[in-house]
Design a protein around this ligand. Sequence first.
Ligand code: ATP
Length: 136
Amino acid sequence: MKTFKVSIVTPDGPAYESDVEMVSAKAQSGELGILPGHIPMVAPLQVGAVRLSKGAGKPDLVAISGGFLEVRPDQVTILAQAAETAENIDIARAKEAKLRAESLLSNKQDNIDFKRAELALKRAINRIDVYEGKGQ
Ligand code: ATP
């Protein structure tokens, strides 16, 4: 099957690069699947797992904390604030972040930034899912 190049780039540098047959990601408007020959476009992404399929084996999973996906002829680039492959995820840190966010969200005080805590919880759950190989 035809392949195309995918790069996932963060402010710290490249996080992933490979030739793949298909990439799927969670866009703001819903799940997005890109195959070779897709028309050029840019889409904002949610916190979620990027799934990179390379044939018969299991797809690679990369946790990203939002960003943009750009399709150009023969190349897809994902610009993300943070991105980790399953092997690079510190699972203890992600579980601590999840507990921290949950405890903030269960707090009844008004001075809690709920939006921020909710996003932190999403990032933590996403990392745990990708680490466990079940990123959606
Ligand atoms: P924490 O509260 O643990 O810092 P966070 O969601 O606030 O989590 P981010 O601001 O999204 O962290 O990321 C800051 C940097 O730390 C990024 O470079 C990101 O890739 C990295 N990072 C965050 N959590 C993890 C993790 N569990 N494993 C590996 N790298 C992580």
